[in-house]
Design a protein around this ligand. Structure first.
Ligand code: UGA
Length: 589
């Protein structure tokens, strides 16, 4: 078997390294973080993953795995190097490839001193073109060697899930090999053939760019599937006797649909879906291409936690000083990871609304406390969490929450109102005992929201709706990307550090000399393709100034007039929470 080095010991890197080593491959793990190397060398895993610690200890004892802070040693002692460094989001949601670049630089430096042919495999999720662009070119430049003759390169995306990383790595559904040349592809295929032996999954050999795209398309599709069922769940919620669980089961039997990833909930989070969808969208935008299904997928997801809170509010009224128990903080069960966790967003929104929040998670308390600080009460266990609460919200589907009985909710809570945000309880049973709400569960008592939210993919429709002065219609087209500008009366841009309202008032004053009170946000919409490369978010306010220009302009219906905007400043920051806040204000109209 070939010897392997792994650059970057995060989730994917460490799981891969340990799985290789327990199957008798000599593995050397490298990471820039020295404290990580020290811990791992002592057999202490730096992430929580079931079974990982035992396997790590066995491999260390058998001298099959070793960790180093020296990239040259890692390259010298291996035949294949997997790049598994993180590819986080930048502030503007585009992808940060700096870790990939520095790994490529270190590999290049080490290769300069290496005589034999070496294979580099990019496993990190990277934008289409990165493997044969940034990675290959950096290695060639730094090493002075030539790809194809001195070293080979492949892109091999990873599909493991947190919480089942070991199982997923040892039993993948497929292996994608994006090869620079045949020699590189053959070499990697041979390695996997030996590794997986008699449980070899299908192998797809393709180009690096396709391999990169397969990873993004895969995650985008899964996120879309979840948003789809969440959208249906929202419909079910306003229909008496409807239940999304049965609908998911019903459509899941259709093999073309498939039953997996159809669990309605408070939304998807984690270190992958949000980051990858945002990166893919930002990348496509840079090519002047809109991917509307991606937008819709993200809009539904942003709305999910707010939707949960709205339902609770309808029962409890104003949440100020209400005690809300949030069960679960990790982005899903089986992990202590809280990155982009919807549970955390939910907690933050509850705090913003003045609720007293009690939280509990079996493993993610430490990570959550770094984020939530002293703004919440950290419960001892799940029962302590629900004690004396006005409402309990299930935000993560941990097994131990499933064991809380309706009777316990009834006995321990001040008001036994439960919102099952992950559908872990038998609704019929719990409904008999307590006030029970759940994602996608129709309820006779719930009234249809007074305010309708409409999402317009076509801004012209939004403009028409405003013109028609259907003021009860909310025109919302939000995107969690840099907020590039707005149209108000008469129109302008949000300056850095300014709120949307402040900007509207400032612009109105600058252009008309009038000081206006903003009464009501009538509409928000965004528009893109008309002016490639730019993105306009429009907000329309009604004001106390009767003769505002907005109606005149809109009635003339010359859209061109609405888009004579200036180039947007590059440093514009987008306050994502602010937009949700705006939406909330709309929903309170
Ligand atoms: C995801 C993919 O599933 C992996 O295939 C991929 O390798 C990984 O991203 C990655 O790119 O590295 P992961 O983020 O670990 O894996 O978690 P998932 O199990 O996919 O769950 C993501 C989110 O979707 C969670 O918040 C979960 O609660 C939610 N979810 C999932 C649902 O709301 N409903 C479902 O039916 C499934």
């Amino acid at each position: 078997m070939k010897n392997v080095s792994i650059f970057g010991l995060g989730y994917v890197g460490l799981s891969t390294a340990v799985c290789f080593s327990i199957k008798n491959i000599n593995v050397i793990g490298y990471d820039v973080d020295k404290s990580k190397i020290e811990k791992l060398s002592m057999g202490i895993p730096t992430i929580y993953e079931e079974g990982l610690e035992e396997l790590l200890k066995v491999s260390i004892k058998n001298e099959k795995i070793k960790f180093t802070s020296d990239p040259k040693e890692a390259i010298a002692k291996s035949d294949i190097t997997f790049i598994t460094v993180g590819t986080p989001s930048k502030e503007d949601k585009s992808i940060d490839l700096s870790y990939v670049e520095s790994a490529a630089t270190q590999i290049g430096e080490a290769l300069r001193e290496k005589k034999s042919w070496h294979l580099i495999v990019v496993k990190s999720t990277v934008l289409p073109g990165t493997t044969e662009g940034l990675v290959l070119k950096t290695i060639e430049r730094v090493s002075g060697k030539k790809c194809g003759t001195d070293f080979g390169i492949c892109m091999n995306p990873e599909f493991l899930k947190e919480g089942s990383a070991i199982k997923d790595t040892l039993n993948p559904e497929r292996i994608i090999i994006g090869e620079y040349d045949k020699k590189s592809g053959d070499y990697l295929e041979e390695f996997f053939r030996q590794f997986y032996d008699n449980i070899l999954p299908p192998i797809l050999r393709t180009s690096p760019i396709n391999a990169e795209l397969i990873k993004y398309a895969n995650n985008a599709f899964l996120a879309m599937k979840i948003s789809f069922i969440n959208m249906i769940a929202n419909l079910c919620q306003v229909l008496p006797k409807a239940d999304v669980e049965d609908i998911a089961r019903g459509i899941g039997y259709d093999k073309r649909v498939g039953s997996l990833f159809l669990k309605a909930g408070i939304g998807w989070g984690g270190s992958c879906f949000p980051k990858d969808l945002a990166a893919l969208r930002s990348f496509s935008r840079s090519l002047n291409l809109d991917l509307p299904l991606l937008d819709a997928t993200m809009i539904v997801n942003e709305y999910q936690p707010i939707n949960a809170i709205n339902l609770v509010e309808r029962k409890l009224g104003n949440l100020k000083d209400k005690v809300i128990a949030v069960l679960g903080l990790a982005f899903k069960a089986g992990t202590d990871d809280i990155r982009e966790s919807v549970a955390i967003k939910l907690v933050e929104e509850l705090i913003r609304k003045g609720a007293k929040v009690k939280v509990y998670d079996p493993v993610a308390m430490k990570n959550a406390s770094m984020k939530l600080g002293n703004k919440v009460y950290y419960a001892e266990d799940s029962l302590d969490c629900i004690k004396n609460a006005d409402c309990a919200i299930v935000a993560t589907e941990w097994e131990e929450f499933k064991r809380i009985t309706a009777k316990q909710f009834k006995e321990l809570m001040k008001r036994p109102l439960v919102f099952d945000g992950r559908r872990i309880y038998n609704s019929k049973e719990y409904k008999n005992e307590i006030e029970f709400l759940a994602v996608g569960l129709g309820s006779e008592e719930l009234e249809i929201p007074k305010v309708r939210m409409e999402t317009f993919l076509n801004p012209a429709l939004a403009v028409n709706a405003i013109v028609a002065k259907k003021e009860k219609i909310l025109l919302v087209k939000r995107r969690n990307e840099p907020f590039s500008g707005f149209w108000s009366l008469p129109g302008g841009f949000v300056e850095y550090g300014e709120t949307v309202e402040e900007a509207v008032k400032r612009e109105v004053k600058e252009e008309t000399g009038l000081i206006v009170e903003l009464e009501k946000l009538v509409g928000v919409y965004s528009e893109r393709n008309r002016h490639p490369g730019r993105h306009v978010v429009a907000v329309c306010y009604s004001t106390k100034i009767k003769e505002s220009k907005i109606s005149i302009d809109l009635e003339e219906n010359e859209e061109a007039k609405f888009f004579n905007y200036r180039e947007l400043p590059k440093n514009l920051a987008f306050d994502h929470n602010k937009m949700i806040y705006d939406y909330l204000k709309l929903s309170e109209l």
